[in-house]
Write a protein that binds this ligand. Structure first.
Ligand SMILES: [Zn+2]
Length: 431
């Protein structure tokens, strides 16, 4: 093995790999394995909340430190401030040690070490997760500082690969630390047969209905999928509330509105759940042990899950077709459209899931050697793509959502509003 430079040493092994991929497998744990998963999930939440508490205290102390330093200058008793600052610094050091050295946590909470079911790499994975939340806060302030994780009906924890602790045992089994060999749905052949793929971690989950899954994060120096053949075709898509989108060829993809279709049923089941919760409360029973309530809770969760799956499957097929048929797909940046300001529209927009569609497109473009890009939607609706005339200028009126079809006052071309917009969206990325 050749010696590594300092710079190389600092980078985690996995980050050096060129391609990354995720795969989710449905899992079928035994009842003993379920116990292990629950205990690790509980421990992960406990530790995460410990980190959140420490982080919050540190955050407040650093603000206090700042104001102490500022006030010390004008104070008649600077010695008092020196003492206070010393105390703050001492506490900050303890917090820093506990936050950046998770073995300290194990010493503080002996039960973590004593419980043979606890996966020690889960500690590091949880710490990574906590740090990612802070990074998110520093990047986008609206994300808020990390919050406490509440107890919920689902379970989740992550584990990191160290040596050989996470591995594929055979076509239907994974090996996960402490859980051991666990049965999963068929592992795809490409993953079984390729030796260049590294597993970096696994996330174990039980949803609110009680179904288990394991998500693996994979890395490799070689692409995960073969590039799709080039088609020499480019397409612009205009997402709108009348349908999912219309493309620059004038083809429309309808929006199936899975949520709207099942809204009535969902509301009915939710009302039933509310009644059962009220009854349990009246009889002074805890919701966790109220059988009828728990049964109904699963019905509601399953319904949510079904809508979520239907929407994802549909958008998955739509995005695959777009990437397969075109070398370049262009859409608009969503925030520019300001549609969310309209409350009546916002629920319908959520139902469409354009965000998911765009994420899918970006991911698949990278995976299959195609391109997906987003452009500023400014003027794409108001501009005639034939002559470039902009509606609203020269005494003409601006188009509204009601103008589905319009005629350009300058060149007399008849336009379908959203089709014209899709053509403009495409040309913004290609000119
Ligand atoms: Zn025109």
């Amino acid at each position: 093995m050749k010696p590594k430079s300092d710079e190389e040493e600092k980078k985690p092994l996995f980050a050096k790999l060129k391609y990354h991929f995720g795969i989710k497998l449905v899992a079928f744990p035994s009842s003993d394995q379920k116990t292990t998963i629950k205990q690790n999930s509980d421990a992960a939440r406990f530790i995460y909340n410990e980190f959140v508490a420490l982080g919050l205290e540190g955050w407040k102390l650093r603000r206090l430190e700042k104001s102490l330093i500022q006030n010390q200058v004008s104070s008649s008793n600077p010695e008092w401030f020196t003492l206070a600052l010393k105390a703050v610094a001492a506490r900050l050091k303890i917090i820093g040690d506990q936050l950046y050295n998770p073995t300290q946590l194990k010493q503080r909470f002996k039960w973590l070490d004593k419980n043979k079911r606890i996966d020690s790499t889960m500690l590091y994975a949880t710490l990574n997760f906590y740090r990612a939340s802070w990074n998110m806060f520093h990047k986008v302030h609206s994300a808020g500082i990390p919050k406490f994780h509440k107890k919920s009906d689902s379970q989740r924890y992550s584990t990191l690969k160290t040596t050989n602790n996470i591995r594929i045992a055979d076509q239907n089994h994974l090996k996960i630390p402490k859980v051991g060999q666990i049965r999963v749905t068929k592992i795809p052949d490409w993953l079984l047969n390729r030796t260049d793929i590294e597993i970096s971690g696994a996330s174990v989950k039980m949803d609110a209905v009680g179904r288990y899954s394991i998500s693996l994060t994979l890395g490799s120096d070689h692409p995960f999928k073969e590039e799709l053949p080039k088609t020499n075709s480019k397409v612009g898509i205009d997402v709108n509330v009348e349908n999912l989108y219309i493309d620059s060829f004038g083809d429309v993809v309808e929006n199936p509105r899975f949520y709207q279709k099942q809204k009535k049923q969902l509301q009915k089941e939710q009302r039933k759940l509310g009644k059962r919760a009220a009854r349990a409360k009246k009889e002074h029973r805890s919701l966790r042990t109220a059988k009828n309530y728990q049964k109904q809770r699963k019905v509601v969760a399953a319904l949510h899950h079904r809508i979520y799956n239907q929407r994802h499957n549909f958008l998955h097929h739509v995005s695959t077709a777009l990437i397969k048929n075109h070398d370049l797909v262009v859409a608009e940046k969503l925030q520019g459209k300001n549609l969310l300001k309209n409350h009546a529209l916002s629920q319908r927009i959520q139902d469409v899931g354009w965000g998911i569609l765009f994420e899918d497109l970006a991911y698949k473009a990278k995976l299959y050697g195609k391109e997906f890009t987003k452009v500023d939607p400014k003027m794409t609706t108001q501009t005639c793509h034939t002559c470039g005339f902009v509606m609203g200028r020269g005494g003409t009126r601006k188009l509204t959502l009601a103008d589905r079809i319009w005629t350009c006052p300058k060149c007399q071309t008849k336009h379908v509003r959203n089709h014209n917009a899709a053509i403009n969206i495409l040309s913004k990325a290609t000119v």
